[in-house]
Design a protein around this ligand. Sequence first.
Ligand SMILES: [Zn+2]
Length: 76
Amino acid sequence: MVKRKNSKESIKGLGVKYGTTLRRRYTNIYRILKSKRICPKCGSLRFKRAVIGIWKCHKCNYTIAGGAYDIISKHT
Ligand SMILES: [Zn+2]
């Protein structure tokens, strides 16, 4: 039997490519990006990033500008 090297922290999609460090960083950013958010207007959980920097609620179409991977940019 071959043991899988994938730890619990890794996310499907990258496989064995790009090296451990980059996969770990990708996983952290991906988690932040896909985490559930509450719409400030209607309280729905369908508040997601539409494109880079634009966050949109899919229920009430409330749109605001934000960070690329999180609603609050950490590089400001
Ligand atoms: Zn909303």
